[in-house]
Design a protein. Structure first.
Lengths: 172, 172
DNA sequence: CATGAAAGATCCCGATG
DNA sequence: CATCGGGATCTTTCATG
């Protein structure tokens, strides 16, 4: 839901800082957003309690951990009833290898980002989905040959800059 | 690089826990992985120093922050020389709205995940890229109508389970 | 690796201006 | 919102088994 709470510029700075440094100290955070510790801490607690900050996560450098393959998969379903969508989406939620899944307009129904040990692992995963009969009609596989960018930071200022910050309303 | 360091099962548990709870206390972490505080702390520091843990980040609930639109974009370049790829990839790195970018085999050259305020913002971004002349030949736009899943946690056990953990080598 | 200890930093929460 | 505490907790290191 949008608008359940108004965020001012300081809140945005707090959120931006925490996107970058999830384990920054509360004192350093306050300093970075030009606020004293107590009010900064209160804002932070509010943002966490409201769920604006959904959580904190370590980001791993997978390339140091294991061989793996990223795959992007376009999927179309047989039928397009609510129950069909729901069933497919539920399966995606439960499949750990599916890192991301988006419903789209335009020809295909879903696009997935899948991580697997290798192409064989990926293919077995797809085969399992097909035999599970979750409604897949056609699928198309793009193997990722090179990950160029994987950002964990949403560009808050670009998204909120124009309409959310108090523009010149009531400038006397 | 793979294999610069061997990770045992405890390391994997540490990493998994930190993917889930990036701000967990070091004491609770030790407890969760069944290790006493000191050696757990040493492992953690090693993992951070090596860069296996690339960083810690707060995850935001964007839906509470602003209206936005996710777009998936397939892109083909005119020419396929190294310099062409490099130039395009450099531009992607510098464009905040591009959250993810992957080079793929199979017809298209790149697939992007873009975040914008709305479709108009997205289109202006694309127009800018086209006039910037970064080598784009054709592009295809999929508007995300519904984000189904956006996981920040890599399924470590699924990826490492079979080949990385010490299998039955030298079993007597 | 487990335990224990101890100095220093951080956290949380008041009270006050 | 700023400043100032202070007790609880967490962090980091070291010594010992």
């Amino acid at each position: 839901m949008l608008g359940s709470m108004k965020l001012d510029e300081i809140d945005i700075r707090i959120l931006s800082a925490l996107q970058r440094e999830g384990r920054i100290t509360k004192l350093k955070l306050a300093e970075k957003v030009n606020l004293s510790a107590t009010p900064c801490w209160e804002r932070l607690r509010r943002l966490e309690k409201q769920g604006v900050i959904a959580g904190y996560h370590a980001t791993l450098d997978l390339s140091q951990l294991a061989r793996f393959t990223l795959v992007l998969t376009e999927i179309s379903l047989h039928r397009h009833q609510q129950a069909d969508f729901k069933r497919f989406e539920q399966t995606m939620q439960e499949t750990d290898e599916v890192l991301e899944c988006y419903a789209t307009g335009g020809g295909i129904d879903y696009l997935l980002k899948v991580i697997a040990r290798d192409v064989d692992h990926y293919q077995r995963l797809i085969d399992r989905l097909l035999t599970l009969d979750v409604g897949i009609d056609r699928y198309f596989t793009y193997i990722v040959t090179k990950p160029i960018k994987e950002s964990r930071e949403v560009p808050l200022t670009a998204l909120m800059g124009k309409e959310h910050l108090p523009s010149e309303e009531k400038l006397s």
